[in-house]
Design a protein around this ligand. Sequence first.
Ligand code: NAD
Length: 395
Amino acid sequence: MIIKPKVRGFVCITSHPEGCFAHVQEWIDHVKSRGPINGGPKRVLVIGSSTGYGLASRITAAFGSGAATIGAFFERPSEEGRPATPGWYNTIGFTQAARAAGLYARNFNGDAFSDDIKRQALDAIRADLGQVDLVVYSLASPRRTHPKTGAVHKSVLKPVGQSYTNKTVDTDKGVVSSVTIEPANEQEVADTTVVMGGEDWEMWMQALSDAKLLAPGAQSVAYSYIGPEVTWAIYKNGTIGLAKNDLERAAKHIDSLLKLNGGGRAFISVNKALVTQASSAIPVVPLYIAILYKIMKAAGTHEGCIEQIQRLFATQMYNGHTPKFDEAGRVRIDDWEMRPEIQSAVRQIWPGVTTENLATETDIAGYRTEFLKLFGFGVAGINYEAETEPHRPML
Ligand code: NAD
């Protein structure tokens, strides 16, 4: 089958196996090029390990400090004549490379919110690794079936309290327009916190602790975003931001649990805004990202997921470093994004962006390139005219 991108709004419904493998290899090469991470993790569980920041965490752990990794993720498998979602191929690519390097890698595709996937992952840790010394929590999900009640909760990306009007871009069509988003109701606010808040992270950590599967001094990190004022109504002060506040609450609770376990710690790392499947679904944010990329590339400070997480591990968590926390106890690996000169440049460009000048005022081309790469398209060295087999077994 010859596989081409089929973009529908903010998703691409196809993905390319060899392209995904090559994209993963680029990330592995980056981590290797930065050299070993001394004192880095050795036995790691990554929840949400197949794409974005979670995949970058798994690759950094494996190829930065030789970690054995267990990954949990939720991807649509490939079928005869039908490609999988890209995280499926990313995981196969990662697992092949890890095992070729002599590293243990085991995968669980299923709902990480469920008791069943937790049990399977815990059984694998007990049987194969004994304990873990790092747990990365990097889920981005539109819904959660609560394991205790069976209720299905859906997350929404809406402002809270009042409607919000701002510019947005249709990244596929290149059209800039004004969008008004009505505020979430109370139920939507509560549901978004059930999905994207900290309860599930706490459940994972409590289960690991109860089963004595956390090595003394084990750490755990989850990811969040804050960003500039132009996005606050939809992000920081919106439904997702309130859910992230709950994630911060959970971080403090888990931190106290881990402190008692041989002086470990749990914390939130606030990461940079980047093109991922999760972020492309948020209104307004893709336009901000397209402007941000242009400015940060010009300043020589642009990073992708892998550069962000390699820097997090190498300069905050390991290599003889301890995390430098902000006033709220968070690590700020979004520091380069939030530099005053970068943000003032964004503020200057934002009001004047139109459909007509989108290509010159923003890095929409870079946005699209990155977006397609998430699905394995536009990766150097891949012949997209060649036949490929979409149906690949999970390793
Ligand atoms: P992503 O969509 O690339 O990755 C999400 C991961 O979660 C995938 O591995 C997916 O398979 C997995 N997943 C989703 N639902 C699942 C389920 N029910 N069970 C098991 N696995 C499931 O997203 P991302 O952008 O890398 O986001 C990861 C975290 O980073 C989120 O907490 C997000 O808020 C945060 N973050 C993202 C950005 C950004 O700009 N993308 C910035 C800062 C922080």
